[in-house]
Design a protein around this ligand. Structure first.
Ligand code: MG
Length: 255
């Protein structure tokens, strides 16, 4: 079911967006060579407590999950790209880290993700992150009243194709509201002019993620972490946005 939010409700969603943005910024600041993924999760957990927010992940138990997630943050390193279950791992020089965080504040959810390189970067990783970020920007720019979900998908897919990347269609963006995942699904590639017509009040997470040399993935033995089939690295960028009569409003914009 597609739910549209009133301008008042979108205003009520801003604190969740600001909080999630602040956690993503703090994680990007903290992520460095020598930092354990469990420290990043603990920091996000502390910020949730301080804010009086609620984690969307800790009790999350979808059909594809082996057990409740049990952490408040996704940390995906190198060939891991989505749903990375934080574990006892110390970040190494040159690691490509993607963090994905969703929380509820005052009953409204926001969801955002960011990829960074810790220590000395490889140029190809910086390029992959930049392409993914460009795809996110293109997807957001297409999220205007009167466009369709396929316009967002096509805008994302076009950026990937121009960069010579393949797009996996299994996981993509989604409606966001009282819960983390709602309709519509926003695939990371598609045909312009197709799909649901975008109306003011639609709140969605747009989240391109790409792998260097494949679109094939598998789930790690931890039951959650999604990795590239060929071991190539991945990047993931996500914002929660509201479609408004004044254009797309990025609720998780980082200051
Ligand atoms: Mg997310």
């Amino acid at each position: 079911m597609i739910e549209l939010r009133t301008p008042t409700q979108i205003e009520q969603m801003r604190p969740a967006g600001r909080f999630v943005a602040s956690v993503i910024s703090a994680l990007a600041e903290k992520a460095d060579v020598g930092v354990n993924l469990l420290e990043l999760d603990a920091m996000a957990h502390d910020m949730i407590r301080a804010q009086g927010a609620e984690s969307c992940y800790i009790d999350y138990h979808p059909s594809f999950g082996a057990m409740p997630f049990g952490k408040v943050l996704c940390t995906s390193v190198n060939e891991a790209v989505l749903h990375g279950l934080p574990h006892d791992y110390v970040l190494q020089d040159g690691d490509l880290l993607s963090v994905d965080f969703a929380a509820s504040v005052d009953g409204w959810v926001a969801d955002s993700a960011l990829s960074v390189v810790v220590g000395t970067p490889r140029q190809e990783d910086l390029d992959l992150i930049a392409t993914t970020d460009r795809a996110l920007a293109a997807g957001i720019a297409a999220a205007t009243v009167g466009n369709r979900t396929g316009d967002i998908s096509a805008a994302i897919g076009d950026v990937a194709r121009e960069a010579g990347l393949r797009v996996n269609l299994q996981f993509g963006g989604h409606g966001v509201g009282r819960t983390m995942h709602g309709d519509p699904h926003i695939a990371n590639d598609g045909r312009a002019g197709r799909g649901l017509k975008l109306r003011a009040g639609l709140v969605i997470a747009i989240e391109p993620w790409f792998l260097h040399t494949t679109d094939e993935i598998y789930i790690d033995k931890d039951g959650w972490t999604i990795k590239s089939q060929d071991g190539s690295r991945g990047a993931h960028m996500e914002h929660t946005i509201a479609v408004t009569d004044d254009g797309p409003l990025v609720l998780t914009a980082r200051g």
